[in-house]
Design a protein around this ligand. Structure first.
Ligand SMILES: [Zn+2]
Length: 226
């Protein structure tokens, strides 16, 4: 614990915890508002609107575990989304279908983000052990490599933002265009998706704060050496 942790990482962590709590409470609020359509139907509607015919929609276990798997071309919707007729379920299901449409259309930012996945996973696994080793052996080189690897993981989180925002944009456009929802229902779905997007922003903020802290500690270390 040092002052860089208090001024950089701690505020970002608090923001992240708040964003996580907010997405849960927003989802819960709109999970009790009927939409006149189940999650699974909303996902299929978005797929049809995006002219995607080869993607399956399946029920999965868990809560807020909804995702699109491009390898199996399947949208997994959780219990409170798949068969649920609610504004929250419709929003989340449409968002996941938005991801499937991105892949089908060859959306550029998805390709860019996926291209950095191997490097970022490598970076996420090895950066902290290398940093610790660098500090232990007081090796500037090892610390620098650790910071660079950590940056690769941060880059992945940064590139995730446009992908997430675009999936929500596609989802909301399809929900609007289908003409089955009134303004209040659309607004509820929008709020659920905004709350979900904020958790990605918060996760990025935590990583950027950690990166800045590492750079400050690294810089301070270098100055003391000289
Ligand atoms: Zn998403």
């Amino acid at each position: 614990m040092d002052y860089t942790y208090l001024i950089l990482v701690l505020p970002a962590l608090i923001f992240s915890i708040w964003a996580q709590a907010r997405v849960k409470s927003t989802f819960q609020k709109y999970a009790s508002v009927r939409a006149g359509m189940r999650g699974v139907d909303a996902a299929q509607m978005v797929l049809r609107a995006g002219e995607v015919a080869d993607v399956a929609v399946r029920p999965i276990s868990g809560s807020l575990t909804d995702h699109y798997d491009p390898r199996t071309k399947a949208i997994g919707l959780s219990q409170t989304v798949y068969g649920a007729d609610s504004v929250a379920a419709v929003g989340v299901a449409a968002h996941e279908a938005g991801h499937a449409v991105q892949y089908a259309k060859g959306y550029g930012p998805v390709k860019v983000r996926n291209a950095v996945i191997p490097v970022s996973q490598f970076g996420a696994t090895l950066s902290w052990p290398l940093l610790m080793l660098g500090i232990l052996l007081s090796s500037q080189k090892l610390m620098l490599i650790g910071i660079l690897l950590f940056s690769a993981a941060v880059l992945f989180q940064l590139l995730t933002l446009p992908v997430e925002f675009d999936a929500s944009r596609r989802a909301l456009r399809a929900l609007e265009d289908c003409g089955r929802f009134d303004e209040a229902e659309l607004d509820g779905s929008r709020k659920v998706l905004r709350a979900a997007a904020l958790t990605y922003v918060a996760a990025l903020a935590v990583s950027v704060a950690q990166l800045l802290r590492l750079l400050m500690l690294f810089g301070g270390n270098g100055r003391r050496r000289r």
